[in-house]
Design a protein around this ligand. Structure first.
Ligand code: ADE
Length: 270
């Protein structure tokens, strides 16, 4: 990662402002965010729990940007560190997911209004999917943050969707909102998708981190939002589709969406 330890004064000028946490699992899913931060304010990098947290200002917003790596434990640990070590005022997660909803196609974007851990099962002690002792299976993302993220996605699709579709020979992307499900599995069979659909008929996308972040944010009262670009349809082609999407396009989506989101976020009074 090309970051400097000595940031310019911009990176730290507003010590009273709580930063926004921006999180992805893999570097490709962050797009150009750290480079943009480097150019705008410089970057202060703090290492904590084997992760690098990049602190600075990007598109006018004081941010802490980091990589969770893959899976629910990794995501929960990173979210906890963002809250406790960096006092973030909110968390936005960006990345790719497998499409599960019938109308969700590769290249579409899903904003997770609600998140659920599809592999949680403490039966017969607790109902299937319920998080023990929290009394709920579903966690809502923050409404205002999700709306702002969805608006940024719509603007991205409007302004860059046609070019993206032409370049990658896909349909023009659509933006969906609804349930995103998370588990410690890369889902890669039609049979597994059918089982997920049977259990959660309103699920739009499956990934490996979002619901863990939503649970931790719920427990600490920190607003969060999750945006996922569909890299595959979680079937037998999932791993090849995922790999090429990640290499070729994921960064373009994240860069385009986050830029629009952050510019709008910077202009809201906080
Ligand atoms: N992230 C992207 N594609 C996925 C899949 N098929 N299963 C789980 N997480 C994913």
């Amino acid at each position: 990662m090309n970051s400097t330890k000595n940031a310019t004064s911009n990176a730290t000028k507003d010590a009273a402002v709580r930063p926004l946490g921006v999180l992805a699992a893999l570097p490709e899913e962050l797009g150009d965010l750290i480079a943009a931060m480097q150019a705008e304010s410089g970057v202060v990098t703090r290492t904590h729990g084997k992760r690098d947290y990049h602190v600075g200002t990007v598109h006018g917003v004081p941010c802490v940007v980091t990589l969770a790596r893959i899976g629910k434990v990794a995501a929960a640990a990173t979210t906890s560190a963002l809250i406790h070590e960096f006092d973030v005022e909110a968390i936005v997660f960006t990345g790719v997911a497998g499409g599960v909803g019938a109308s969700v196609h590769i290249g579409d974007i899903v904003v997770g209004d609600t998140l659920l851990q599809h592999d949680m099962n403490a039966e017969p002690l607790f109902p299937r999917f319920e998080i023990p002792l929290l009394g709920r299976a579903r966690f809502d993302a923050d409404r205002a943050l999700s709306q702002a993220l969805a608006d940024a996605c719509e603007r991205f699709v409007e302004q860059e969707g046609t070019a993206l579709a032409t370049h990658f020979r896909t349909a023009t992307p659509r933006v969906h909102r609804g349930l995103v499900i998370s588990g410690d599995q890369f889902v890669a069979s039609a049979q597994a998708v059918a089982a997920l659909r049977a259990a959660q008929p309103d699920a739009l996308a499956v990934e490996m981190e979002g619901a863990a972040i939503a649970q931790v944010c719920h427990e600490y009262g920190v607003p969060c939002a999750v945006v996922r670009t569909i890299s595959d349809t979680a079937d037998e082609h999932a791993s090849t589709s995922f790999a090429s999407f990640l290499t070729d396009i994921a960064g373009t989506y994240s860069t385009g969406i986050l830029k629009r989101f952050l510019v709008a976020y910077a202009s809201t009074s906080r």
